[in-house]
Design a protein around this ligand. Structure first.
Ligand code: NG1
Ligand code: ZN
Length: 540
């Protein structure tokens, strides 16, 4: 069979359900039964992408993250382990929307011609999936696309999303001076465990940490990771809960980082215990939220992505200062409009670091963070990481220390570049980072929470007939369209003290999101309701 015939035959085995698909912030994500044909077509695109980029390995991750168990999703990972280049999202959308198998082959060939891709060049795609049962079928469709296009492929089976990102980068840097680590899941654990012990410097955290894994892939993977810390060097006690991956229906159910962040309370199971340090991962282990029920004040305290971001920025900023590199390296923090105003104020006024606001979606944050030598980026929902430039890594490793304190700071910074996932937000790596910082500062969660006080806020979802009439500007903080709508929002915001509110169309759901913050909880609620009302009226 010719290439074309193979592509068409494979597509006939994995038919597309006709409807309009769009490669969004999370790749293609929807009910799993719509995704078989989509995944086949994503396989074709991944093969093209590998051939376009000198046969480097491309990743494909099959997951729907924090969404319900019946959903699934598929997204492409670029050679350095970052998200698919934005320009190519259009090509993904075009391929997936091809009306027939023959059109699919035509679009595939047209893309190859337009992008000057040699279809005879070698190509490599590696892939993994979360614990969703539908992952099996999708992986089969993906493998068929890779076979049809004569693409070498490796199935890494069940992984967390950040593990797949790690493996893509490790594969492409293997044997080079920039080697990212051993090309295996075990290599990932070994790298993290070694860096964790190295950054802890013999410090111990006496209190237990309960980790809720949303009954997703993070549970088994975290337990596997813990086995790689040498027995005599384990600095903390972890209690893994909600790690049932055998009953798919409980995935993300009343648990996980998204539950805690949106409901602003602890998962009901296990029964919350005052004073216990807790954190939650999401279903594919790329988001992290800390929390505890303070036994002294009897208040539930949530430490979200903004908190992790400001904690990391403060710790790393101090280390860079002690390492004598403050004038040499540019440190910055990247947030979205959903970041609590109090965190932005703390970072700019107290830590004296610049903050840049980008549109929602980690690809935007990641990109801007790459412009700093130390770029800290987190979405409020707990997805983020810290990126170090080559200059920063070299400075940490090559500066000759003039004092023991400077040496200590340089060593810790160098270890952090190995501990922190450089490809994408990683809940396990972020959790280790938080533990390291708390141990170094000798802080409990109350100390951490006391750094600033969150402004009360409220996020509401508004269903409208047509969300496409809403267009934003200024990193999604203002509406440019429909004309007149923003002026009405401004009128309402003016009536409240220390208030801020904005509306934008969700990139992952068919709805508008309205965010409001104000000096008190009731005012934040009231403002959110009023702005939601405005959005409803304009969205008809
Ligand atoms: P949308 O649906 O575009 O608001 C949501 C999250 C994002 C991001 C994406 C991808 C909020 C308010 N929005 O995007 O931060 O994580 O999903 O998963 O949390
Ligand atoms: Zn996720």
């Amino acid at each position: 069979m010719s290439h074309n015939e193979q592509i068409i035959a494979g597509s006939a085995k994995h038919p597309i359900v006709p409807q309009h698909y769009r490669y969004g912030t999370a790749g293609f994500r929807m009910k799993a039964d719509l995704l078989e044909g989509v995944t086949y077509r994503v396989g074709l695109l991944a093969a093209l992408r590998s051939r376009k980029l000198n046969s480097q390995a491309i990743g494909v991750m099959i997951t729907a993250s924090h969404n319900p168990a019946i959903d699934n999703g598929v997204k492409i990972v670029d050679p350095m382990g970052d998200m698919l280049e934005q320009e190519w999202e259009r090509y993904a959308t075009a391929l997936v929307n091809a009306p027939s198998d023959k059109d699919l082959a035509k679009i595939y060939n047209a893309l190859a011609t337009d992008l000057k891709i040699d279809l005879e060049a070698p190509a490599k795609v590696i892939y993994g999936r979360d614990t969703r049962p539908s992952g099996h079928t999708l992986v089969t469709a993906l493998a068929d696309a890779l076979d049809a296009t004569n693409t070498e492929h490796v199935d890494y089976k069940i992984l967390t999303t950040p593990q797949l990102h790690y493996l893509v980068r490790a594969t492409n840097s293997e044997g080079t001076p920039a080697s990212y680590g051993e090309v295996s899941e075990v290599g990932y654990y070994k790298k993290l465990a070694e860096a964790f012990v190295r950054t802890m410097k013999g410090k111990r955290i006496p209190q237990v940490l309960q980790v809720d894994c949303a009954n997703g892939v993070g549970g088994p993977k975290l337990k596997e990771f813990l086995k790689h810390i040498p027995q005599d060097k384990v600095p903390f006690a972890v209690q893994v809960v909600n790690d049932d991956v055998l009953r798919p229906e409980v995935l993300n159910l009343d648990s996980g980082a998204d539950y805690v962040k949106t409901k602003q309370r602890a998962p009901p199971i296990p029964k919350p215990q005052p004073g216990l340090r807790c954190c939650s991962l999401d279903g594919d282990a790329d988001r992290l939220i800390y929390y505890w029920h303070d036994p002294e004040t009897n208040v539930f305290v949530m430490l979200d992505g903004d908190r992790i971001s400001s904690l990391a920025a403060s710790f790393i900023g101090d280390l860079v200062e002690s390492a004598g590199l403050r004038d040499e390296l540019r440190i910055g923090v990247v947030q979205t409009a959903y970041a609590n105003g109090a965190s932005t104020h703390y970072i700019t006024q107290h830590l004296k670091l610049p903050v840049i606001c980008t549109p929602t979606g980690v690809k935007h944050l990641h990109h801007v963070a790459q412009g700093f030598d130390v770029g800290v980026y987190f979405e409020a929902n707990g997805h983020g990481t810290v990126l170090f430039s080559l200059d920063a890594i070299n400075a940490f490793k090559k500066t000759t220390p003039q004092s023991p304190a400077q040496k200590e700071a340089l060593d810790t910074l160098a270890a952090l570049t190995d501990l922190i996932n450089q490809t994408v937000g990683d809940a396990i790596s972020d959790m280790l980072l938080v533990e390291v910082i708390l141990a170094h500062k000798n802080w409990n969660l109350r100390d951490w929470a006391l750094t600033y006080q969150d402004l009360p806020n409220r996020l509401v979802r508004v269903e409208v007939a047509n969300k496409d009439v809403f267009r934003t500007t200024d990193a999604e903080r203002r509406l440019s369209h429909p004309e007149g709508c923003q002026a009405e929002i401004d009128q309402e915001v003016k009536k409240f003290k220390d208030a801020r509110s904005f509306a934008r169309a969700s990139g992952t759901e068919n709805a508008m999101r309205v965010y409001a913050e104000a000096a008190t909880r009731s005012e934040a609620n009231e403002l959110a309701e009023r702005v939601a009302g405005i959005v409803s009226r304009w969205g008809v």
